[in-house]
Design a protein. Structure first.
Length: 132
């Protein structure tokens, strides 16, 4: 079992997170496309994990993917996120989680723009935004 900088019991997560944020971060639910205000967030700043406030993405790496979810070409740095294999839905994907608390953020795909060719497709409800 992985250990994270921020660890809480399931009851503590339920108490501190909004119900759907809890479902996404702790149980890998997915929000409906085009439902997050962060999809249209274009100010300069940093996106943080909604569970523990860990910085995960920069606005400079955000792009319009047309998918309906906030998308990025890369995480903020090598320590921002972690990865696990996700075999749900009858396909193999790479899930992305917060490196600090383990909260599910979304998935990464190999169909993004240069310079990385990656599309980090994130649930907006799993993040907060802080303008700089």
């Amino acid at each position: 079992m992985a250990h994270f900088r921020v660890e809480k019991t399931d009851a503590e997560w339920k108490r501190t997170l909004a119900p759907f944020t809890y479902e996404v971060l702790r149980h890998a639910a997915t929000e409906r496309p085009f439902s997050s205000p962060l999809n249209d967030e274009h100010r300069v700043g940093i996106f943080h994990c909604a569970g523990c406030n860990w910085p995960v993405y920069s606005s400079k790496d955000k792009f319009e993917s047309g998918t309906g979810w906030p998308s990025f070409t890369r995480p903020l740095n090598a320590r921002a996120v972690g990865y696990t294999r996700d075999d749900s839905l009858g396909m193999q994907r790479t899930a992305v989680h917060c490196a600090s608390c383990g909260g599910h953020l979304g998935h990464v795909f190999d169909d993004g723009p240069p310079p990385t060719g990656k599309r980090y497709c994130m649930n907006g409800v799993a993040m907060t935004f802080q303008a700089t």
